[in-house]
Design a protein around this ligand. Structure first.
Ligand code: ADP
Ligand code: MG
Length: 241
């Protein structure tokens, strides 16, 4: 095996660092002296009560908003100057109802995206639905389309703000498996906000609890590690032997 692939397996690589972040909206301080380092390829599950600041944290990490004080870097470079490629997924799919599934997936992209859109729809199991209107799909299928749309950009960071919380239990389980599969295959870093602790334990390498704008718990999910290792890293190992 080459040295570089060995390093890829063993080394933690810092991707995003939030340092002493404060976020205020008027009089209200929503994030309070929050520091967090996210490693490349990590799957972090974020839990916490409504209003504790989870979505605000995701928006800052995605570069959609800026902290009031503190700094955020991506691969060591200030976020704004970096080439970070982040995509968000929300509780609602935010598909355009007047565009077909495939046109939603290719939205905002320049020419030549059709083939990739078909492949991506295939990855989420929806290729046969490519010419449907979003309103003809179930909630879970619409979230699959939203996921496909995000993946079209080959994001290095995927931010998932309660994307499964409106789905029924069985569909949620299927979507959890799909997200995990795509994460294992594609290697993006994932930040998932969820109210479902079982979902956090199933998907997160690391589980973070936010209370009143502060991280009050940050634990490695040892229960998950061996599976992630056996699936992805083992494949990587096998490829390089
Ligand atoms: P969570 O996602 O954990 O439910 P949020 O990050 O959405 O919490 O919100 C945390 C607090 O910040 C809430 O009190 C919310 O009202 C407030 N907040 C979030 N975004 C804004 C905004 N753009 N303007 C004013 N207040 C906001
Ligand atoms: Mg929220």
């Amino acid at each position: 095996m080459g040295e570089s692939s060995q390093a890829a397996i063993n080394e933690k690589t810092e991707q995003i660092r939030l340092e002493q972040i404060e976020k205020r909206f008027g009089e209200q301080t929503v994030l309070k002296n929050l520091s967090l380092t996210i490693e490349k390829g990590e799957f972090i599950a974020i839990v916490g009560k409504s209003g504790s600041g989870k979505s605000t944290l995701l928006r800052l990490a995605a570069g959609l908003d800026e902290p009031t004080t503190g700094q955020i870097t991506y691969n060591g470079i200030p976020l704004k100057e970096s080439d970070m490629n982040a995509k968000m997924m929300y509780q609602d799919s935010r598909l355009l109802p007047w565009k077909t599934v495939i046109d939603n997936v290719g939205l905002g992209l320049k020419r030549g995206w059709k083939k990739k859109a078909e492949q991506t729809l295939d990855h989420v199991g929806l290729l046969p639905f490519k010419n449907e209107w979003p309103s003809n799909l179930s909630g879970g299928q619409q979230q699959r389309v939203a996921l496909a749309r995000a993946l079209m950009y080959n994001p290095t960071l995927l931010l998932l703000d309660e994307p499964l919380s409106a789905l029924d239990a069985l569909t949620r389980m299927e979507m959890q498996n799909l997200i995990e599969k795509l994460w294992l295959e594609q290697g993006f870093t994932a930040l998932l906000v969820t109210h479902d602790v079982r979902e956090a334990i199933k998907l997160g390498d690391r589980i973070i609890l936010i209370e009143d704008g502060k991280i009050t718990l940050d634990v490695q999910n040892t229960a998950k590690r061996p599976r992630a290792f056996s699936d992805t890293k083992l494949t990587l190992l096998e490829k390089n032997i």
